[in-house]
Design a protein around this ligand. Structure first.
Ligand code: G
Ligand code: G
Ligand code: MN
Ligand code: NA
Length: 253
């Protein structure tokens, strides 16, 4: 079974689906946003996890059409929810570095926003440290996106190689603490120290801070003690299909 051939046809064959995972205010319990996470329903293999096909999509360049498909579908979905009255809902979309580096990236985001009617302030792009590793090229793109009103978050924070000085110069809104630090936060004193430090730094830099991979009440309570703003994880909900997220939103009004 050749995954690459399958990947080439997956968009037109409607094999991709976006799932959505809620992001919740640590102290308010309110849903602040959702992260879109792609799933591939392969006709023969079944569900293929993104870690098995995103790297291949990046190598082959298929990530470009796929990435725009993701942005468009997530934006359409967010607009629907906003029209139902969830005005402040933030839609977070993962952007691969190859997509971010496309010369027409900013223009394409602008087009998708105008075509879907999604207000720019409701869209947050999740960038990884690999994207921001090259500040000379990344900074102007980030500034153009910010000028449009789009929000930017730094994903998997702490796992990459970015210098802390980038945090000062980049126009970021949010830091996402990588789930590898959250996992043993209640057992490993070093992990707890790292998480506290990231949260404090986010506060000093006036950045929103989200902890990912929160699975237990104990983890959440430690995050609450340290004034982490938001969390995301199985404790509240796994990534779910749009109709399930719709129910969560309605029960959450
Ligand atoms: O979604 P998990 O649910 O298994 O995702 C695994 C990895 O795949 C994560 O690193 C995540 O950032 C990445 N990923 C998931 N969905 C998307 C997407 O829509 N676009 C990109 N570029 N990466 C994604
Ligand atoms: O984009 P990013 O690399 O942050 O992708 C988030 C990944 O984390 C996705 O694979 C998503 O399915 C996964 N995830 C979300 N919540 C949890 C959780 O509570 N525990 C674990 N182990 N993984 C989670
Ligand atoms: Mn992410
Ligand atoms: Na992450």
């Amino acid at each position: 079974m050749n995954l690459e051939i399958g990947l080439r046809k997956a968009i037109e064959n409607h094999e991709f689906e976006l799932y959505y995972q809620p992001q919740i205010g640590v102290n308010t319990g309110k849903m602040t946003g959702v992260e879109a996470l792609i799933r591939w329903n392969h006709p023969e293999i079944g569900l293929v996890p993104p870690n098995d096909f995103i790297p291949l999509a990046e190598e082959t360049g298929l990530i470009i059409p796929m990435g725009y498909w993701i942005l468009r579908v997530a934006s359409q979905q967010a607009k629907k929810w906003i029209d139902q009255g969830f005005d402040d809902l933030r839609m977070s979309v993962n952007i691969s570095s190859r997509q971010f580096q496309q010369p027409d990236f900013v223009a394409a985001v602008q087009t998708i926003l105008s075509e879907t009617g999604l207000p720019a302030k409701n869209l947050e792009l999740e960038l990884t440290e690999s994207i921001v590793q090259n500040p000379k090229s990344a900074l102007p793109v980030m500034e153009q996106l910010k000028a449009m009103g789009v929000k930017l978050s730094l994903d998997d924070f702490g796992t990459g190689y970015s210098s802390l000085s980038y945090l000062r110069s980049f126009p970021l809104d949010t830091l996402k603490i990588d789930k590898s630090f959250i996992r043993y936060i209640n057992e490993e004193i070093k992990d707890e120290a790292i998480v506290k430090t990231i949260i404090n730094m986010a506060h000093s830099l006036k950045l929103n801070v989200i902890a990912e991979g929160v699975e237990t009440e104990e983890q959440l309570s430690l995050l609450s003690d340290n004034d982490c703003h938001e969390f995301q994880g199985y404790l509240f909900s796994r990534p779910v299909k749009a109709d399930e997220l719709q129910e969560i939103l309605e029960n959450h009004k």
